[in-house]
Design a protein around this ligand. Sequence first.
Ligand SMILES: Nc1ncnc2c1ncn2[C@@H]1O[C@H](COP(=O)(O)OP(=O)(O)OP(=O)(O)O)[C@@H](O)[C@H]1O
Ligand SMILES: [Mg+2]
Length: 305
Amino acid sequence: MMDQAEKLRQAIDSLKMKQSSLQSEIAVPAVAKTAKVITVTSGKGGVGKTNITLNMAIALSEMGYRVVILDADFGLANIDVLLGLAPRFTLVDVVQNRKSILEVITEGPCNIKFISGGSGVEELVKLDKDQVDRFIKNIGILDRLFDIVLIDTGAGLSENVMSFVMSADEVLLVTTPEPTSITDAYAMIKMISNRDRRKVIRLIINRAESAREANDIFSKLSLVAEKFLSIKLHPLGYVLEDDYVTKAVKRQQPFSIVYSKSNASRNIKAISERIMNSGADGINNESGTGIRSFINRLINIKKPN
Ligand SMILES: Nc1ncnc2c1ncn2[C@@H]1O[C@H](COP(=O)(O)OP(=O)(O)OP(=O)(O)O)[C@@H](O)[C@H]1O
Ligand SMILES: [Mg+2]
C-alpha cells in the first residue's frame, strides 16, 4: 500500500507533468503562482475560529481551490479534534529536518489537507541562516500545491498570534455579538493598526441572531476603528447561531459536510465565495504573496535584529 508521502510525491509529479504539458500549449507567465496566506484570529477565545477555518476550507475546496490548513493553535479544540484525526508529525519535524513538508501533511475530508503546527514557529527562530533557507525551500513546495493556506490561530493578543496576523496576506477577524468579544476584537484591531494601518482585516460575525444584528455590529466597529485608529475594516459576512454547529462538533465532523443545508453551512459558503471574489471591495483577492514571503515575514517579526 502506498503511504501518504508517496501519494503526495506522485501528486506533485503529476502536477509537474500537467504544468509542462500546459506550457507547450499556451504561454505560461514566467512568474510562479504563489498561495494566498490567510490568518484566522480573534481577540477573545472560543468564538468559532476553528469551526470557521475548517468549514471555509471545505467550502473553498468544493469551489475548486486547493486548500491547506495550518493549525497554529497549541490549545485544545483544534482542527484534528474537530475532524477526529490524529496527525503523527508536526511542523517541528520539518523545522528540525526530520521530515519533509510532504510527510507532515494529513488528508482531511473533501480533499482538504492540514498541517499541525506544533511549536514549529518557536523552533524556527532557533535556526541559523542556512537551516532557515533549507526550511523555506522545503515549505515553498506548498506554493505549488495549494492556492490557499488557511492558518487557525489561538485567541488573544500574544506575540505569537500577532506574528501570524502581521505576516499573512490578509486577516479574518472573528467576533460574536457579545460585548466582551467585540471589545477584544477592537483591542486586536488596535494592535494591528499600531503596526500596520494598511493591513487588510476582514470581519466575520459568528453566532449572530440575524443579518441585521451582524450588520449593526459591523457598522459600529468599523466606525470606531476608522475614527480612532484610522484603519478600514472589510465586512466579510456572518454565521448565524446554529445548533447544528455544536451537533457536528460532537460528531467530530465538519457541519458543512454532515449538515450541508444548515444555516451555518450556507453562511460559510457565502463567506468563501466573497473572499475569493476579486475586486468586490478593492482587494486583489485571487493572488497572494506566497508561503515563502510569509515565512520570511514571520521570521523577521519573531527575530528582530
Ligand atoms: N455559529 C455557531 N452556532 C452555534 N454554536 C457555535 C457557533 N460557532 C461556534 N459555536 C460553538 O462554539 C464552540 C467553540 O468553537 P471553536 O472551537 O470553533 O472556537 P475557537 O474560536 O476556535 O476557540 P479557541 O479560541 O479555544 O480556539 C463550538 O464548539 C460550538 O459549540
Ligand atoms: Mg480554535
